[in-house]
Design a protein around this ligand. Structure first.
Ligand code: GUN
Length: 297
């Protein structure tokens, strides 16, 4: 029987384990604060940010929200980041991506104080991660590690194929999984749009992570018997529903779930973990900035 991995349940357990950390901070008079910045009127981005803010409110993290018009000057965003960098009540800063084309993404990520960079996208934090001394692990890759751990899926010595080379998921995940660490020690192949014979590579993997942003790119014929399949895709495709679309992953769930040992659904798989690890990183940031030690799960 294929196991359908319940991301909500795992996320809830980790979130419960964060509560003592918040109590420790509260005892020292610290309430972690996360600033979210949205410079977009894309519906999906608005939804993601509001889910992140709700998760903060539910746990007792202060959520500070800023919106800029998509056609505002890049300097307006940079000035806002500078203000948040200087605000001691703001421990974490998240600028929702993508930003508009006239704003250079790289400049945005470099503007955020690395100690408040709860996404882990600043080059200093990327460098730390790659060299095996992470400060903030990017939320989705970190969530995938937690999910594999919760499901007792061994990574050491296993073949992992990551489909997708983004800076948000593919690259940091591959770097985490090759680290000499209990939740690493894997042999990782990164595949992308120019990979030849993708199916041949995914078929021999113990763990397949689909993070290419292509609806149902990976189907059952591309999965080896007994593999674990992690679907990071959240794609809106036109459908005859109330909203006019439905969400599908990067994996064709029906065919893949007939072959896999375990598989994450969309929604309800990786997504909830991404949000939980943002809370985790915000608590880490508050701890680092206030010198209050917390023991994170
Ligand atoms: N857009 C899609 N995923 C992410 C993420 O993890 N962080 C930010 N800031 N923007 C995103």
């Amino acid at each position: 029987m294929t196991r359908i991995i319940d991301g909500n349940e795992i996320a809830d357990r980790i979130t419960a384990d964060l509560e003592p950390c918040l109590e420790t901070l509260a005892d020292a008079g610290v309430t972690p604060g996360l600033a979210t910045v949205l410079m977009s009127d894309d519906g999906a981005s608005e939804t993601y940010v509001s889910m992140k803010r709700q998760a903060c409110a539910d746990l007792g993290i202060e959520s500070i929200h800023h919106e800029l018009e998509p056609d505002a000057a890049a300097d307006a965003l940079f000035d806002r980041i500078d203000e948040l960098n200087a605000d001691p009540s703001v421990h974490g800063i998240l600028v929702q991506l993508p930003v508009p084309d006239h704003v250079e993404r790289r400049a945005v990520l470099e503007r955020i104080d690395p100690l408040k960079d709860v996404d882990g996208f600043h080059p200093e934090n990327v460098g730390r991660l790659v060299t095996g001394n992470p400060r903030f692990k990017p939320c989705t890759p970190h969530g995938i590690q937690k999910l594999l751990e919760a499901e007792d899926v061994e990574t050491a010595g296993k073949d992992v194929v990551v489909v997708g080379r983004s800076n948000i998921v593919g690259k940091p995940l591959a770097n985490l999984l090759i680290q000499k660490a209990d939740d690493g020690n894997a042999t990782v192949t990164i595949c992308h749009s120019r990979t030849e014979d993708l199916a041949e590579k995914t078929r021999r993997a113990d763990i397949v992570v689909a993070a290419a942003g292509v609806p149902e790119l990976v189907d059952g014929s591309m999965i080896g018997e007994g593999a674990t399949v992690i679907d990071v895709g959240v794609n809106r495709v036109d459908a005859d529903t109330e909203k006019g679309y439905e969400l599908v992953g990067d994996v064709e769930f029906d065919s893949a779930s007939r072959v896999a040992d375990a598989i994450t659904p969309v929604p309800g798989g990786v997504g909830p973990l991404t949000i939980t690890m943002l809370l985790y990183n915000t608590i880490t940031a508050a701890s680092l900035q206030t010198d209050v030690d917390v023991s994170l799960p």
